[in-house]
Design a binder for this molecule. Structure first.
Ligand code: ASP
Ligand code: MG
Length: 404
């Protein structure tokens, strides 16, 4: 049996009839090279946003089960259209929704996790030489309810199918690969030839929108090597693989920016055990994810702390409500919210073994007269929260400093 390969095409690659026909041709190229393609597609570009708008035109807080019922239709349209194109070009093809092909998820509607995939059904159709076209971004609960996998979830479908079939995956999109910096901000940004799962996972989580972070995480955990490349050219893209396979561990692989950040500070909090737990438990209860957390060092005897953290813009109202209560309860002084902030980050696996990277980043920002409001680091990344108006300047300064 020819080797299966998973090919994923994003929304902008299947946005109209012409593009769908082009995708069909690209699929056939793989078939001719003796691969057995399993194709995953997104909804046509903009469709999912449209569907969400339609839901909100009817309901302020759309019921999640029904929202998934609606959102899953976008991808269902693409699988049928692409299959029609492939039949017309003389190829045996069959389309499946996520539920039909047996992608089983948990019950977490709109952001479900994949639990298992029916390998037998896939194998059965591959054996009969069908090109299989699967709707991305969706599955079903064990009880048969339709779920979706979070925005950008077609990437997750593709990686999960590749893991199930124990094969490689190509993520085709409208850019040539992963770049060292956002090319819209820094025009000299370069395409990265090869990088590690961890590096892309950090970059995707820190604002690079090229791939869904959860999909990269799954690829890392399952060891699914993949390539991010352009639907519209035959040029090599970016290979993403285990760190051990990289010849060169760059200190800084890339810089990212994320403007969807709000800085929240709780000021004058008594310095005693359990305070941080109180604040962040209340926030976690509302399902709000907190990113950076910084606590100032309290000076005795009247020790009080300032605790600052960042959340996403959509969560501001909820956070305000929670903090009003908490500030009173803990007898803190007050809280403040700064909306116009952004986070710039550098990522690179070589950071583990090199020192002086942080100071170079800070110096580059300082030379551009950019004030750093918060800092956080991990083994392979350094992030700074700055004023949103400085974001472009910051990305350029950092890209130049590290020759990205
Ligand atoms: N159509 C879904 C979205 O827009 C899934 C995807 O494109 O991967 O989020
Ligand atoms: Mg997409």
């Amino acid at each position: 049996m020819p080797e299966p390969i998973v090919l994923k095409f994003g929304g902008s690659s299947v946005a109209d009839a012409q593009k769908i026909k082009h995708v069909a041709k690209r699929v056939i190229e793989f078939k001719k090279r003796k691969f057995n393609p399993v194709v995953v597609v997104s909804a046509p570009g903009g469709t999912t946003d449209e569907l969400i708008k339609e839901a909100h035109a009817i309901s302020k807080r759309p019921h999640k089960r029904e929202l998934d019922m609606l959102l899953s239709t976008g991808e269902q349209k693409t699988i049928a259209l692409l299959s029609l194109a492939l039949w017309d070009m003389g190829h045996k093809v069959i389309s499946f929704t996520g539920h039909q092909i047996g992608i089983i998820t948990d019950e977490n509607f709109t952001s479900a996790r994949i639990k298992s995939i029916d390998r037998k059904k896939l194998k059965n159709y591959l054996r009969q030489n069908y090109i299989i076209v699967v709707a991305g971004f969706q599955g079903k609960t064990p009880a048969g309810e339709i779920t979706t996998l979070g925005r950008g979830g077609s990437d997750l479908t593709a990686i999960a199918l590749a893991a199930t079939l124990n094969t490689e995956c190509k993520i085709f999109t409208d850019v040539r690969g992963v770049f060292t910096a956002n090319p819209k901000i820094y025009k000299n940004a370069k395409k990265i030839d090869i990088m590690s799962f961890d590096e892309l996972l950090e970059m995707a989580s820190l604002g690079a929108s090229v791939m869904q972070a959860r999909a990269v995480e799954l690829a890392r955990n399952q060891g699914v090597k993949f390539e991010v490349a352009s639907t519209f050219s035959r040029e090599k893209g970016t290979i993403v693989c285990e760190e051990g396979k990289l010849l060169e561990k760059l200190v800084v692989r890339g810089v990212t920016e994320d403007c969807d950040q709000v800085k929240v500070s709780v000021i004058g909090v008594p310095d005693r055990p359990g305070i941080a737990a109180e604040i962040f438990e209340a926030i976690a209860k509302k399902d709000i994810s907190v990113d950076m957390i910084i606590q100032s060092a309290a000076k005795p005897p009247n020790a009080v702390n300032d605790i600052s953290f960042t959340v996403k813009k959509k969560d501001i109202e909820d956070v305000k409500q929670i903090l009003k209560k908490i500030v009173k309860k803990l007898k803190a002084k007050e809280f403040s919210i700064k909306e116009n902030v952004a986070k710039v980050s550098i990522v690179g696996s070589g950071m583990k073994t090199h020192s002086g990277v942080a100071s170079r980043m800070f110096r580059a920002l300082a030379k551009s007269k950019i004030n750093i409001e918060m800092i956080s680091t991990s083994e392979i990344k350094i992030s700074c929260v700055i004023d949103e108006k400085d974001v472009k300047k910051a990305v350029k300064a950092i890209a130049k400093e590290f020759k990205l």
